[in-house]
Design a protein around this ligand. Structure first.
Ligand SMILES: [Zn+2]
Length: 107
């Protein structure tokens, strides 16, 4: 685990070659209520994302964690991809959540 401030500075810990956090910083800066981000590529979540579909709320276990569907973002644009993939990804996630009804969004 690497600890950085909201500007991405002051890293402590052992950086890994695959370390990504710029997208997370965009989320922390955009949503005050975020207390942590768990970034995973679980097989089932990836399947939904690859199908370009949000994950519907089908039960109480899901409902305990989030209110409603877990959204899938639009595809990142070629321009954002070429410019800064991590930053563009973070901005896309923010746009997606902000477009949702606040009543369905705990963040
Ligand atoms: Zn990822």
């Amino acid at each position: 685990m690497v600890v950085v401030d909201l500007d991405g500075k002051g890293g402590r810990g052992k950086p890994a070659a695959f370390l990504r956090y710029q997208d997370h910083l965009v989320l922390y800066r955009s949503f005050e209520g975020i207390r942590g981000i768990c970034h995973t590529h679980s097989a089932h979540a990836v399947a939904w994302a690859q199908a370009r579909r949000g994950i519907p709320c089908l039960g109480t276990t899901h409902a305990d964690q989030t209110a409603g569907e877990i959204p899938c973002t639009a595809m990142i644009s070629a321009e954002a991809l070429a410019k800064d993939y991590e930053l563009g990804t973070g901005e896309l996630i923010v746009e997606t959540f902000k477009a949702r009804s606040p009543s369905r969004c705990r963040w």
